[in-house]
Write a protein that binds this ligand. Structure first.
Ligand code: GRF
Length: 199
């Protein structure tokens, strides 16, 4: 079976993307990364360029409305993907909500990773909120993206203990270690699964 073709969206340092690139470079990988897209000049794009993966940048500020940006994002994903739409769109530290244009172009084929155990602590500050709440266990979650804020179907979760003296940075770094491994596992299993047959 040909490897599944995936597009990855990032906003930041891209350590999660780097883990996906390493996995995709393995000889028996069930997926290949055909493009990486960012919503600004994300440092993580360097990982894609080093691996000679095509990249694109679609900043929100370059578009008059959110809906225009969302349409431009959908067009950029299609362009990066070339001959056919991607089998999977992976949000790996993409810090913006995708809208109806992107969601309707890839129904059921967009996943996101979040650094907390959803449904607890959704949104942009999952690690900070968990720490502030004083939980002893937090972790990471991979969801199927829907139109809500981190409300999609849960595909996988892994727990991470909160240590005495943890800061947002120290806790987030430990969560990321688990998150990278889990996201690679989820992408690999979705990629290996036979494509759903049209009804
Ligand atoms: C991950 O923890 C992700 O859940 C969150 O941002 C982080 C991205 O890290 N939204 P990196 O940019 O891949 O290092």
């Amino acid at each position: 079976m040909a490897p599944a073709r995936i597009i990855v969206l990032i906003s930041g340092t891209g350590s999660t993307l780097a883990a996906l690139i390493r996995a995709a470079q393995a000889p028996d990988s069930a997926f290949e990364i055909v493009g990486v897209l960012a919503d600004g000049d994300a440092p993580g794009l360097a990982h894609a360029r080093q691996a000679a993966i095509p990249t694109a940048v679609v900043p929100l500020r370059d578009h008059p409305t959110r809906a225009d940006w969302d349409r431009a994002l959908a067009a950029a994903i299609a362009e990066l993907s070339g001959r056919a739409l991607p089998d999977l769109v992976v949000l790996a530290g993409f810090m913006k909500l995708v809208g109806p244009a992107v969601l309707s172009a890839h129904p059921g084929r967009i996943i996101n990773t979040h650094p907390a155990l959803l449904p607890s602590f959704p949104g942009a500050h999952g690690v900070r909120d968990a720490l502030a709440h004083g939980v002893k266990i937090t972790g990471a979650t991979v969801i199927e993206v829907d139109a809500g804020i981190d409300t999609g179907r849960i595909l996988a979760q892994r727990a991470v203990e909160v240590h005495e003296g943890d800061t947002e940075e120290t806790l987030h770094e430990r969560i990321k270690v688990v998150e990278r491994e889990m996201l690679v596992d989820v992408v690999s299993s979705l990629a290996a699964a036979p494509a759903p047959q049209p009804a």
